[in-house]
Design a protein around this ligand. Sequence first.
Ligand code: HEC
Length: 137
Amino acid sequence: MIKGIVIGFILAIAISVGCVFIYFSAGMAPVATADAPMPFEKKFANMALDAHIEKQHIPPSPVPADEPNFLAGAGVYKQHCAVCHGLPGQIPVDYATTMFPKPPQLFRGKGVTDDPIILLRRNPTGQQLYQSMHVGE
Ligand code: HEC
């Protein structure tokens, strides 16, 4: 009885690994830029990214969350980030529409945010942006 369960279990694992191997080796995996993402791809990628950032133990931003710093940050954003991540009311430039993966449009409905100021709302100190610049991700 136990022996049968163990053999069945090993067989199930071997068949699953075989199916995954065939899925990739037979070219069924969506790899073209126009393909839809793999099932659960976004979820797993975000889980891995969040876990990776968490493990970096990045200290809190040393930059105080005050008006002058927000204004200076907006200047940095306009100069270095807006070309891809957009500005309010701006028609997305070619970068935003042709890159793969697409840069999230931070002032448009979907992407990082469902709200133009979500980055600040989700994290009033701009910690996410700080981490992203610090870790480079
Ligand atoms: C040349 C284009 C480009 C520029 C310039 C750029 N980014 Fe990005 N950014 C991207 C792309 C593309 C992604 C999406 C990467 C992905 O999905 O794997 C991204 C992702 C991000 C994310 C992750 C959003 C999320 O889903 O959590 C943040 C935060 C970010 N960028 C911040 C910045 C900041 C801050 C700057 C300026 C200092 C900047 N980016 C400049 C292209 C750019």
